[in-house]
Design a protein around this ligand. Structure first.
Ligand SMILES: Cc1ncc(COP(=O)(O)O)c(C=O)c1O
Length: 392
């Protein structure tokens, strides 16, 4: 009898979106194609030097090499509290209302395991960043996908409709603004509606604030926790990956409702020993760094957004300029309308040497779209535009 090498659940999972795309990119590179890669929201510019210097300084201290704490060292949690106060005027108790996460992907995955029982229903946008869906499935919960492409107000209406229809009643609503992949963003007023809805329906809210600082044209993205009463029903998850170019460092945090944070901290205490202390200390330098640095980084993405969107519109591929997030979310152009988003993305890779993510990788309703992450410099973006133009 052969040994069983995968759980039934895992057997049913398709390969992770980026794993498949990476394999295709590699095959193209082997054929000598210089792939211009817009697939993953993986920041291409380096972590700011003061953060790197702090890591080097702390790693020299031999006391820093032991197990860390999975909840996060107190100094990091205090920095999280200062960050919330300074940026959003939100008071966070570092002892009970914040926990470090090994990147928000890990945080969201364990959060679902920490709060869901088997069969619990969860309202999740469609399309959305894959862990918003898969955290629920891994935890044995049931997904209720909610259309988001019509915008935040319509989304909330669909949320309530789905709530009314659902049996058993949904336990959690996962949201993410600025949203990946659609780049939809909201005003603080929207979160007030979410809080009042969640209180009325007694649903927990999990807000993913990954793109807090990748904002353009003077737009400021609100924190969910800055809404009165938000902490009674929800938590927010933030990653250091995007704002501070720390994607490889694997650090972020969750904050908010102390009972939810307590559940997450508890499951994590069984699962991990915490992020390497020098990384946590360097992350404090990041959290305390001036806003001006964040504006400079956002300006880089803003310039890329303009070049890419203007170039696409000029070639007859209509796309909106988002006011937040590091992506363009575009409908498959009319000329190629018959192609599924994966086939269109593969065609672009093979014929133009330009890699992008098919919308279908983010949920059923992402079909018909592609997402382009602005993680190539402006010269490469121009090069990509001129290659793509030949196909129009
Ligand atoms: C919306 C959203 N949440 C979470 C993540 C994961 O970030 P991290 O690097 O902290 O795991 C991403 C990464 O692209 C994202 O887009």
């Amino acid at each position: 009898m052969p040994i069983q090498t995968a759980a039934n659940l895992i057997k049913k999972f398709p390969p992770y979106l980026f794993a498949r795309l990476n394999a295709e990119k590699l095959a193209a590179r082997h054929k000598g194609i210089d792939v211009i890669d817009f697939t993953m929201g993986n920041p291409d510019t380096p972590t700011p030097q003061p953060i790197v210097d702090k890591l080097i300084e702390v790693v020299q201290d031999k006391k820093s090499h032991r197990y860390s704490t999975s909840k996060g060292i107190p100094a990091f949690l205090k920095a999280v509290s200062r960050w919330y106060e300074r940026k959003y005027g939100v008071a966070i108790d570092p002892k009970t209302e914040a926990v470090s996460v090994i990147g928000s992907k890990e945080g969201l995955a364990h959060l679902a395991l920490a709060v869901l029982n088997r069969g619990d229903q969860v309202l999740v946008p469609d399309p959305t960043y894959p862990i918003h869906h898969y955290s629920v499935i891994i935890a044995g919960g049931k997904l209720i996908p909610i259309p988001i492409l019509e915008g935040p107000e319509a989304f909330l209406k669909y949320v309530d409709k789905a709530y009314i229809k659902a049996r058993p009643k949904p336990k959690v609503l996962i949201i993410n603004f600025p949203h990946n992949p659609t780049t939809i963003s909201v005003e603080a007023e929207f979160f007030k509606e979410v809080v009042s809805w969640a209180k009325k329906r007694q649903v927990m809210v999990v807000h993913d604030l990954a793109y807090a600082d990748i904002v353009f044209d003077g737009y400021k993205s609100p924190s969910f926790l800055a809404t009165k009463g938000a902490k009674d029903i929800g938590v927010e998850v933030f990653t250091m990956s995007k704002s501070y170019n720390m994607a490889g460092w694997r650090i972020g945090f969750a904050a908010g409702n102390p009972n939810v944070i307590g559940s997450l901290a508890k499951i994590k205490s069984y699962m991990d020993y915490g992020i390497f202390t020098p990384i946590q200390v360097a992350a404090i330098t990041a959290l305390d760094s001036p806003e001006e640095n964040l504006r400079k980084l956002a300006a880089v993405y803003e310039e890329r957004r303009n070049i890419m969107a203007d170039g696409m519109n000029a070639m007859g591929w209509p796309v909106d300029k988002p006011r937040a997030a590091m992506y363009l979310w575009a409908k498959i152009p009319n000329k190629f309308k018959k192609l599924k988003s994966m086939d269109f993305a593969m065609m672009m890779l093979k014929k133009a040497g330009v890699a992008m993510s098919p919308g279908s990788g983010f949920g059923k309703l992402g079909e018909g779209y592609v997402r382009m992450a602005l993680v190539e410099n402006k010269f490469r973006i121009r090069q990509a535009l001129s290659s793509m133009k030949k196909l129009f």
